[in-house]
Structures are given as C-alpha cells and as structure tokens.
Design a protein around this ligand. Structure first.
Ligand SMILES: Cc1cc2nc3c(=O)[nH]c(=O)nc-3n(C[C@H](O)[C@H](O)[C@H](O)COP(=O)(O)OP(=O)(O)OC[C@H]3O[C@@H](n4cnc5c(N)ncnc54)[C@H](O)[C@@H]3O)c2cc1C
Length: 422
C-alpha cells in the first residue's frame, strides 16, 4: 500500500470511530480470530496479507496443529494416516506474523469487545472473526450423554483422535461384523461426507474383512449429495457389503449393548456404531446469542460476514445459516474466510466493501482409495435478495468415478492446505 493511500485509509478509519486503536492503514487495529480451522486460519492469514501486514491479528485455537476433515475418511479407510492430514500453524506465525495463542475462548463480551480465555486471560478486539465449526446436539440422544458413552460410540466428525480411534475399532472388529453409520437430517457438516465414509469402510472390508457389512441409516429421505454416483459404487463395487436405508431417525443409543433405537424402525445392534448427531454452530457462538436461526446457526450479512445479532463480530464457515444450496464445506469456509478478510480490512481502513463477492466450491469424494467423484458450484451475491445464489449453469458433477479425479482431489487438498496455512 502506498503512503498516500495509507494516510487516506487512516483518516477514514478515524472518521469511522474505531475503538481507539486503529490508525494509518489499519496499523494498531486489533482483529482476533477464534478457531484455526478452514474458515478462521484463512481469514487470519488474509487479514494480515491484505492489510499489508498493518492489522494486528491474533488467532486463538486449542489444538496444536490443523487437522483436516477433508481426506480424514481415508484415515478411517486405512490408506492415509493422521500425519498426512496434519499441518502445523508455524507458517501463519513465521511468514504472516499472526499471533497464534493455544487456548480456548470461554466467552465473548460484544459490548466490551473482548474475549475470555480458558487460561484466564482476556483479549480486546476491534473486530472479532469467529469460525468455531460445529458442535453436537445431544439433547435427543440421552444414551450418549451417559459418562464414557462418547468414548465408545464415536462420531469422528472432527478430525483428530476420534478419527484414529474409529479406525482402531474397525481393525479390532471380527470379520462378519456390522459397522452401522447414522446420518442426521440435513443441514449438517459436509453433505457427502458420510456416504464417502461408508465407501471407505466398505473398501477396507472388501480387502480385509469380506464377510463384514456397512449399514447406512439415514434420517434423510434419500442420499443428500451425489446420490446416483454413491449408489452406483455401493451396487457395483461394494455389492453385498453396503446396505442403505433412508428415513431412519435415531432417538437413542444403548451404549452397553451397541444398539440403536429409532423413532419408527426396529432397534439395530451392530459391532461398531458410528453416530453422527444433529449439529449446530460451535458452542461459543450459541452461548453468545449469535445462533439466531433456530438457535442452531448464525445469520450473517453475506457482504461482510458480520453477525446480524452483534456488531463487530464476523461469523464464518459451518457455523453460519447458509445461503440456498451453499454446502457446509471446508472449501466454502475458506472462501468465506477470504471474503470476510477483504471486508474486515476494508472496514478498518475506510475503503468500500466489495459489493459483488463471487466464489466457488468443489467437493471431492473418494469412493475407493483411488477413485473419486466431485460436485462443483459457483455462488454470487444477489443484491436484491441480500444472499448468495448459485450462478445458473455454472455447477457440475462427475459422470463416473475415476483415478484421474483422485489425483485432482489430492491436488485440491494440498492447494487448500497451502492457501489456508502456508
Ligand atoms: C469426514 C469429513 C469429511 C469432509 N470432507 C470435506 C471435503 O472433502 N471437502 C470440503 O470442502 N469439506 C469437507 N468437510 C467439511 C469441512 O471439514 C468443514 O466444512 C470445515 O472444516 C468447516 O470449517 P470451519 O472453519 O467452519 O470449522 P473447522 O475447520 O472445524 O474449524 C473450527 C475450529 O475452531 C476451533 N474452536 C472451536 N471452538 C473454539 C473456541 N471456543 N475457542 C477457540 N477455538 C475454538 C476448533 O478447535 C477448530 O479448530 C468434511 C468434513 C468431515 C467431517
């Protein structure tokens, strides 16, 4: 940024009445980012880059490194390891000057513009970017709330220790056993993710435990994403291994006997249970009162990602109430992160916010350890409806699974990890 622009930006920031610390080019302004996942880490890096390193950015994240949910189903299938999907936060600090604080945010005070940390400290902000991902709604699953239950019946829907633990349960399962995967009513994190997981487990069984079965128990009326492609894989590659049943709403889990209880269907007992409970925005967003859509998701202004419930707080990623046909995906959270970063830099430096954000999403799913299918879409801001709409004719879906797409999928993963963290 040139000196004249910096001076203009500085005086505009003053005119906007920023919380006493923003000056030239945003230098001195404090942005705090909560959550170092796909949305938060991207936003942290890009606020630094697009403010010419003038804005002070602190990222609060409890985990020591970024562990990717995309590709984590391959760890469960056995063709990748947790190390393959883990990236340290070093480059955010060394290359981009983001202050990474390993801690957990226990509360946010929107009036005071500060957050409290589990370690006891407090951090003030001019603008807060919140990308806490999802948490689980266990109210309707009493058995899972019993002590120790969640160590036995896993979700593995946040990549990390549970991903490895689920793999171990599958390895320990005798051949001839049943792995039962339950899927909640949409919206949930990553629409095709559960069906990809079923393919990964089926692929493992087809090689190592051919008498075993994968039973998918879906609360939805049908497969929610890439249906024909997944159904073809189950019917052809995994014939006799995968069984799909729709309209199965889980209402309880008997952890002692590994039994699922449903609203309308008979109980099902399986060797390994993998229950995906209904989801909502990460707890910190809900308890701050930001989850204004059904007390589940946070409504935002799609030009800036500023919360509709609290000024100076921007919410991203899976935690938001999505626009029509916008998936809760890592790719999407990364795009939210960049749109929000640009808007936050503009707001702090007194520049106009981009009135027409456009972004895309590609979602790859591995149907074996090599063969992949994808679905893609482009999303554009609609000023009349104040939401993001898909651009007609822009999307696409694979016609068949292929090894070539498998190579594209791994290139996509490496690129987005670099874009988010390098
Ligand atoms: C099995 C699986 C496969 C998937 N595959 C794909 C795929 O192929 N492609 C794709 O695009 N997407 C995929 N997804 C979806 C993708 O992982 C999510 O959409 C994405 O992670 C959302 O990003 P986020 O920033 O909202 O949340 P996250 O990436 O989950 O990041 C949230 C972060 O916030 C931190 N946090 C939470 N609360 C606090 C707090 N109070 N204080 C501090 N930090 C906090 C958490 O520790 C976490 O690191 C998949 C998901 C799963 C589960």
């Amino acid at each position: 940024m040139k000196r004249r622009q910096l001076l203009q930006a500085g005086s505009a920031a003053g005119a906007l009445g920023l919380a006493g610390c923003a000056s030239i080019g945003g230098s001195g302004a404090k942005v705090v980012v909560v959550g170092g996942g796909y949305g938060g880490a991207t936003a942290a890096k890009y606020v630094r880059m697009w403010s010419d390193y003038g804005i002070d950015v602190t990222l609060v994240e409890p985990n020591a490194a970024f562990v990717s949910c995309p590709i984590s189903n391959l760890v469960i299938g056995g063709s990748k390891t947790l190390g393959d999907i883990t990236t340290p936060y070093d480059n955010l600090e060394k290359r981009h000057g983001v202050k990474v604080v390993k801690d957990y945010v226990t509360s946010i005070d929107p009036e005071k513009r500060s957050i409290k940390l589990a370690s006891g400290g407090e951090l003030p902000y001019d603008r807060l970017i919140l990308s806490p991902g999802i948490d689980f709604m266990l109210e309707g699953l009493p058995g899972l709330r019993q002590p120790g239950a969640q160590d036995k019946v896993l979700h593995a829907w946040k990549a990390g220790p549970q991903t490895v633990a689920l793999r171990r349960q599958l390895e320990a399962m005798p051949d001839g056993g049943v792995y039962a995967l339950t899927i909640p009513l949409a919206p949930y994190r990553c629409p095709p993710g559960p069906y990809e997981r079923a393919c990964q487990v089926a692929h493992y069984f087809s090689k190592a435990k051919p008498k075993s079965k994968v039973l998918i128990l879906d609360e939805n009326d049908d497969v929610t994403s890439k249906g024909p492609l997944f159904k073809k894989a189950w019917a052809e590659r995994y014939k006799g291994i995968v069984e799909y049943r729709s309209k199965h709403k889980v209402v309880d889990v008997d952890v002692a006997t590994n039994t699922l209880k449903f609203e309308f269907n008979d109980d099902i007992k399986a060797s390994v249970l993998n229950v995906l409970p209904p989801m909502r925005a990460g707890e910190v967003a809900v308890k701050t009162g930001l989850a204004t859509a059904n007390r589940r998701w946070c409504e935002v202004d799609f030009l800036t990602f500023e919360s509709k419930a609290a000024k100076n707080i921007h919410v991203l990623g899976d935690a938001i109430q999505v626009a029509p046909l916008m998936p809760k995906s890592g790719h999407m959270a990364n795009q939210h992160g960049k749109t929000c970063a640009a808007a936050v830099v503009a707001l702090i430096t007194g520049k106009p916010v981009n009135p027409l954000p456009i972004y895309n999403n590609t979602c790859y799913s591995f149907v074996s350890d090599e063969d992949v299918v994808h679905v893609a879409s482009v999303h554009r801001y609609d000023a009349a409806q104040k939401t993001m709409l898909t651009v007609p004719g822009s999307g696409g879906v694979s016609t068949m699974a292929s090894e070539l797409e498998g190579r594209y999928a791994m290139a996509w993963a490496r690129n987005i990890w670099a874009d988010t963290l390098a």
